[in-house]
Design a protein around this ligand. Structure first.
Ligand SMILES: NC(=O)C1=CN([C@@H]2O[C@H](COP(=O)(O)OP(=O)(O)OC[C@H]3O[C@@H](n4cnc5c(N)ncnc54)[C@H](OP(=O)(O)O)[C@@H]3O)[C@@H](O)[C@H]2O)C=CC1
Ligand SMILES: O=C1O[C@H](COP(=O)(O)O)[C@@H](O)[C@H](O)[C@H]1O
Length: 434
């Protein structure tokens, strides 16, 4: 059984699994994807004899080169399950990785990849065993289509499932996004496409649904009758850090707001879904998106941090924004008149937001997940004076010893289980650009 941990049980992920990471030489692959797979491996979700991992990219690397590169990023989490082998986890895990070098636009590379995958499938699953293939495109969006076409032509699994994972940004604007969607839609069914927005895998983001819909005390307060404004703030205390080439083409609005923060807005603003099924949740997110009014120019502020142009990967004289503040208005019964103020910035002074007014309810996604509600209370002492205080749920304090999974780890497990609840559906994506 591929998903051997009983509490995860689902028939969709059973059998032998091939994980193919395109762009295996890249930043996302080494920092997020391979560590997430490794963590699942350490916890027993990927039994050693039921999985094989293939890295594909153009760089001329050997298996050992890639394994060496990755080894620096593999850390065993405190709560990971012990492995039965006496070999250290990382070494044993790395032995499962095979690197194939090839271009993205030429068929030979994919034919070679297909041969290697089939070879391992035959060896491990036999002729009749159940297999699944998970293709992860850790690549710039400019090559998604050529890779998709070649997967479709040369690497499709004919005796089990195929799933294709795409990273944001899924296009630059409505037209390019629609074009990408329709061309990919011609290659793969929507059920095979996993558009990943890693914010949907964050602990505190997932908690939004539970918090809102499992606490009757919250429900009546969560509307224009009691909420003056909603602020969704993303602050990073570092700049582009060598990713300026990518970032400059997109800017902060397309890099963070149009996807991550809009997804958070949907979870804050949506109505209660009929069930927790992927379609019900995504239907409700879509309904909210459809009610978002056009942005008023007078409510947009853009900026660029000092020093952005010193990054050698940023084109000279660029005016790409690294900071944006935008007001979104949701025209429906619940939210009419409540501004949703969205702010995002790189290289700002600090990561946390500033504490503000009375009866403020804060949900901190990061750093250090927390929720707190500000109240006016009596200052302790003989006087009848008041002070501002908080009812505070700090996850680190409340859940001592519990390791919170990384977003990518959680989402990767969802992909293995075939659960699209926390992935962006095509119509949702289209409306978010509208
Ligand atoms: N890095 C991050 O933190 C995050 C990244 N993402 C998304 O993940 C995807 C991958 O990001 P990231 O790993 O940072 O990107 P990289 O720039 O590191 O690219 C990944 C790999 O793709 C290949 N590549 C790079 N540029 C091109 C090109 N112009 N044409 C063809 N191949 C190219 C390179 O491999 P080779 O030359 O060996 O083929 C490279 O190692 C992107 O869509 C990004 O938006 C999303 C969230 C966070
Ligand atoms: O997708 C992206 O997200 C990161 C921020 O992710 P986080 O999990 O560290 O909050 C951002 O730095 C990057 O520019 C963007 O591409």
């Amino acid at each position: 059984m591929l998903l051997s941990r009983s509490h995860i049980g689902t028939s969709k992920g059973e059998g032998y699994l091939s994980i193919i990471v395109f762009g295996a030489s890249g930043d996302l692959a080494k920092k997020k994807i391979f560590p997430a797979i490794f963590s699942l491996y350490c916890q027993g979700f990927l039994p050693h004899d039921k999985v094989q991992i293939f890295g594909y990219a153009r760089s001329a690397l050997t298996n050992n080169d890639l394994r060496d590169q990755l080894s620096r990023y593999l850390h065993v989490r405190a709560k990971a399950q012990p492995m039965t082998s006496s070999l250290p986890h990382a070494e044993r895990f790395l032995s499962l990785i095979t690197y194939i070098s090839g271009p993205y636009n030429v068929e030979e590379g994919y034919q070679k990849l297909e041969q290697v995958i089939v070879h391992h499938e035959m060896l491990r699953a036999g002729k009749d065993g159940q297999t699944g293939r998970l293709f992860y495109l850790a690549l710039p969006p400019s090559v998604y289509l050529q890779v998709g076409r070649n997967i479709k032509a040369y690497c499709m699994n004919t005796r089990g499932w195929n799933r294709v994972v795409l990273e944001k940004p899924f296009g630059k604007d409505l037209d390019s996004s629609n074009q990408l969607s329709s061309e990919l839609g011609g290659l793969f069914a929507e059920e095979q496409i996993y558009r990943i927005d890693h914010y949907l895998g964050k602990e505190a983001v997932q908690n939004l649904l539970v918090l809102r819909f499992s606490n009757r005390i919250i429900q009546p307060l969560w509307s224009r009758d009691h909420v003056d404004n909603v602020q969704i703030v993303f602050k990073e205390d570092f700049g582009t850090e060598g990713r300026g080439g990518y970032f400059d083409e997109y800017g902060i609005v397309r890099d963070v707001i149009q996807n991550h923060l809009v997804q958070v807005l949907c979870l804050i603003a949506m109505e209660k879904p009929a069930s927790l099924s992927p379609e019900c949740i995504r239907d409700e997110k879509l309904k909210v998106l459809k009610c978002v009014e056009g942005i008023r120019h007078s409510e947009v502020v853009l900026g660029q941090y000092d020093g952005y142009l010193d990054d050698p990967t940023v084109p000279k004289g660029s005016n790409t924004p690294t900071f944006a503040s935008i007001v979104l208005r949701i025209c429906n019964e619940r939210w009419d008149g409540v501004p949703f103020i969205i702010k995002a910035g790189k290289a700002l002074d600090r990561r946390k937001g500033q504490r503000r007014g009375r009866n403020e309810f804060v949900i901190r996604l990061q750093p250090a997940e927390a929720m707190y509600m500000k109240f006016t209370v009596k200052r302790p002492g003989l006087d009848m004076s008041t002070t501002q205080s908080e009812m505070d749920l700090s996850f680190l304090q409340r859940y001592k010893g519990i390791v919170i999974p990384e977003a990518y780890e959680r989402l990767f497990l969802d992909i293995m289980r075939g659960d699209q609840k926390h992935f962006v559906r095509r119509d949702e994506l289209e409306t978010s650009f509208g």
